[in-house]
Design a protein around this ligand. Structure first.
Ligand code: RB5
Length: 145
């Protein structure tokens, strides 16, 4: 089965973890596009979040992953784009439920908050869990409206 196309981005505070996650997901067979940044030079996370979220919202990519210090700024910014359901997850249960119930299309987390092994597990479970549909569809549509 063809794996989804994933877009990933970070600011300076998430750069190192982004590089690790990129390598991990490539080894898992995902097609990864890196929207930056490409060094630890200070960068403004809202700009990376916007560029990434727009490309997910217009279906250039199936899902996005955004990493900053906490994941919070990226998540707030990404959710300003219509059609985006971005979540911050620091545990695998939230990651799984954000797909099952919320059909989240952008996953955010923080390099200053979680370790790289946990981040890998969170990405894996988030990418492998499908939206449950059913009673959740109406609620997703209410968010959209
Ligand atoms: C950068 O210092 C930091 O504020 C940013 O990475 C992020 O954590 C914001 O939410």
């Amino acid at each position: 089965m063809k794996k989804e196309r994933i877009i990933i981005g970070s600011d300076h505070a998430g750069y190192k973890l982004k590089e690790k996650i990129k390598k991990f997901l490539s080894e898992e067979g995902y097609d990864i596009y890196d929207t930056g940044i490409y060094s630890e030079e200070p960068a403004d996370y809202p700009l990376i979040a916007k560029e990434t979220a727009v490309k997910v919202a217009n279906s250039q990519f199936d899902k996005g992953i955004l990493i900053c210090g906490t994941g919070i700024g990226m998540c707030i910014a990404a959710n300003k784009i219509k059609g985006i359901r971005a979540v911050v997850c620091s545990d695998t249960t939230s990651a799984k439920l954000s797909r099952l119930h919320n059909n989240a299309n952008i996953l955010c987390f923080g390099e200053r908050i979680i370790g790289s092994y946990l981040a890998q597990d969170i990405c894996k479970i988030w990418l492998e869990t499908d939206f449950e549909g059913g009673r959740h569809i109406k609620r997703i549509n209410l968010i959209e409206d």
